[in-house]
Design a protein around this ligand. Structure first.
Ligand code: ATR
Length: 430
């Protein structure tokens, strides 16, 4: 039986064993993954005997650099980054790798954040910053700057100060500082004025999931991505190195979904039902809310409440007027807990809405045959269907891929057994 672990100084809150156990279960591997706390003095003196008990291990702060003296060799990227997070024991010799850059890349990919030809600013210049910098450069970012508080780096290539950042425009901000991390969750590393100069914000902090930085980004209409996916993706990459095999990409997403579910069960979160109009979000949503003892919210009704206008009136002012109110509604709802929200059919069109939903709960797509919907839909109350129900097919064709790419789970809208759909949804969150 293979034996793995994570080494670090204080490991009381590590999620790594849970993630790797899910990997072993999926591949039916007979292996264990434990936790090895090593005191700083032992790390500095000699802990080789402890390390050699394992077939492989992960390394976390503050040992990612200190472990290097125990290694017989390191990979190119670990050398370049100057830090190791994955070690292989090969016939009594230890070799070091770094999977953090690939975890970060996987997180961007899973959230459709492009690297090529984009301008990034990384906040902070610690260990994680180096991994992020490495992969962004490697994958063809147009420009990567590192914002630092350290005034002595002012004139060093690719570093900028926070003062200079005030007037810097780019595409994506990546936070690698610990600002905003539990328990100091009120912290935010940059001002609204800085966030406004970018399209997207990525935070590698994952506790809390919806950091203050990401909340501010969503309020300003930006795409916002949280850090938990990176943790899972770097772990999967470590397994690839230990097993010399490619990990099924859907497994990363599955483990991520399961961690998110645990997080929302412990901390509170919402259910967002998505799908084309008339797929059954309201009818089923109400019953799911009842089954869970949660509050049901119809997003269109909520928009009417906060705007003081009917949906038809808002559409008469222009679809973008309605969409702005819709984003405001979703942003407000994302700060509440234990809601079942029936979203409007177009709610997933804007990245910011998807970000707000993903960071505050689970997104469940209700799948129903478009032919069945067209046969029964009311057109008089739906501004987008004023020219008839057939318009719905066109809308569906345009949005279909988006529904699937933005959801965490899919449930079928069972035509003759509504309670089966309700049960399926309840089962997902409980
Ligand atoms: P490390 O990765 O070295 O263990 P960390 O505590 O995770 O360090 O913090 C990562 C980086 O975030 C730090 O190197 C620091 O970068 P700069 O000194 O270049 O600014 C940055 N950082 C840490 N604490 C911060 C704070 N309170 N405000 C802003 N940036 C901070």
């Amino acid at each position: 039986m293979k034996k793995y672990c994570v080494i670090g100084e204080k490991l009381t809150h590590t999620m790594s064993p849970q993630i790797h156990k899910a990997y072993f279960d999926y591949y039916k591997k007979d292996a264990t993954y434990g936790v090895e706390q090593i005191a700083m003095q032992d790390m500095l003196d000699d802990c080789k005997d402890t390390l050699m008990q394992y077939d492989g291990f992960n390394v976390t702060v503050p040992y990612k650099e200190k472990v290097i003296k125990y290694l017989s060799g390191t990979s190119q990227e670990a050398k370049k980054i100057g830090a190791v997070n994955t070690v292989v024991n090969s016939d009594g010799k230890l070799y070091g790798y770094n999977t953090d850059p690939y975890g970060f890349e996987g997180m961007l990919k899973a959230n459709d954040v492009e690297i090529k030809s984009k301008t990034f600013v990384i906040l902070g210049s610690g260990g994680a910053s180096k991994s992020v910098y490495f992969i962004l450069k490697q994958r063809g970012a147009k420009c990567v700057k590192i914002a630092t508080r350290n005034q002595s780096k002012k004139d060093v290539d690719d570093f900028i100060t926070y003062d200079e950042l005030e007037s810097f425009k780019g595409d994506v901000i990546v936070n690698t500082t610990p600002v905003g991390m539990f328990p100091n969750t009120d912290g935010c590393p940059v001002s609204d004025e800085i966030i406004k100069n970018f399209d997207a914000v990525v935070d590698i902090v994952y506790n809390p999931v919806y950091t203050q930085l990401l909340q501010n980004a969503v309020r300003l209409g930006k795409k916002a991505v949280g850090g938990l996916y990176m943790l899972v993706a770097q772990a999967m990459k470590s397994q690839e190195i230990w097993n010399n095999s490619i990990t099924d990409e859907t497994l990363t997403k599955r483990i991520f979904n399961s961690l998110m579910k645990d997080y929302f069960n412990a901390n509170g979160g919402n259910i967002y039902l998505t799908g084309i109009m008339s797929c059954g979000k309201t009818v089923k949503g109400k019953r799911v809310a009842k089954a869970l003892g949660w509050q049901f919210v119809d997003a269109d009704e909520y928009i009417t409440q906060i705007s003081g206008k009917s949906i038809n009136q808002l559409f008469d002012e222009g679809e973008s007027v309605f969409r702005d109110w819709e984003s405001k509604a979703i942003e407000e709802l994302s700060h509440k807990k234990n809601l079942v929200v029936a979203t409007g059919g177009g709610a997933v069109l804007r990245d910011v809405n998807v970000s707000a939903m993903r960071l505050s709960g689970v997104i469940i797509l209700i799948e129903r045959k478009i032919e069945d919907i067209i046969a029964g839909v009311r057109t008089d109350t739906r501004p987008l269907l004023k020219d008839g129900a057939q318009k719905l097919r066109q809308i569906y064709d345009q949005r279909k891929d988006r529904y699937y790419s933005t959801c965490d789970y899919v449930v079928k809208s069972h035509e003759y057994d509504m309670y089966k759909t309700v049960k399926d949804i309840v089962k997902i969150v409980k």
